[in-house]
Write a protein that binds this ligand. Structure first.
Ligand SMILES: [Zn+2]
Length: 234
């Protein structure tokens, strides 16, 4: 099939499905100017230490200045706006679906999506690790120490070595089971346990992959290319 024929077939499956689940990653937000974690132009490239070390609890508490500098310089893009992919996914989810995203940039919520599960948390749910109070981005940008109690402030994202919130896992599995269409988009699907979600799908569900590269799984219809071009045609 040509890509156009595949897009038509994908469109048809979207139209006939009762409940869609989207599984997305960094490739959705690169079009909003947020760099992909692991691509060549990604934020982890050229960094002196591996992300598994920097984005860990050890660094957060042991070298808080390094942690703070790293996330401020490389991960926060508060001016970024949702693009057409976020908008299209929001439209479909608000009608009959759910999104489970690895992205921590809040752009899906900014796009008006009311059915977003942020698998790895959210950069803007910021809190003090000592007194647990919420802290706004502007305060965190200025200082990683909480002015009230001198505790270390952190973003509400899942760091390397930390577990996924159990409620998020349970809800993700429920969504996978009830969906008759799974759309994987903008992710190389290599990060666990996110990639394991596919194992919980409804056995009758159709699966589409819209991504720059293929993923190691069978029974998937693929459109290999830029997700923006595909979602633009829906
Ligand atoms: Zn505090």
């Amino acid at each position: 099939m040509t890509d156009l024929a595949k897009i038509a077939s994908f469109k048809q499956d979207l139209a006939s499905s009762k409940h869609v689940v989207f599984l997305t990653g960094a490739g959705i937000s690169t079009h909003s100017g947020i760099p992909d974690y692991r691509s060549k132009s990604g934020i982890y490239n050229g960094v002196s230490e591996p992300p598994e070390i920097i984005l860990s609890e050890d660094t957060l508490y042991g070298r808080p200045e390094l942690f703070h500098n790293f996330v401020m310089k490389n991960m926060y893009f508060p001016q970024a706006l949702p693009n057409k992919i976020h908008e299209k996914i929001a439209q479909i989810c608000n009608e009959k679906g759910d999104l489970i995203t690895q992205n921590i940039d809040r752009l899906d919520k900014k796009a008006g999506n009311e059915h977003v599960l942020e698998f790895h948390g959210n950069l803007y749910d910021i809190y003090c690790t000592k007194c647990q109070k919420k802290v706004d981005y502007q305060a965190y940008e200025k200082d990683y120490r909480h002015e009230n109690c001198d505790g270390i402030i952190r973003p509400g994202i899942v760091l390397y070595g930390e577990a996924i919130n159990p409620e998020t896992l349970t809800k993700s599995v429920e969504i996978m089971r009830k969906s008759d269409l799974v759309v994987i988009a903008g992710t190389s699907f290599v990060v666990y346990p996110f990639a394991q979600l596919l194992a919980y799908r409804n056995p009758a569900a159709k699966i589409w992959l819209i991504n720059k590269t293929s993923i190691p799984a069978t029974g998937i219809s693929e459109i290999i290319g830029d997700a923006l071009e595909v979602f633009d045609r829906l």
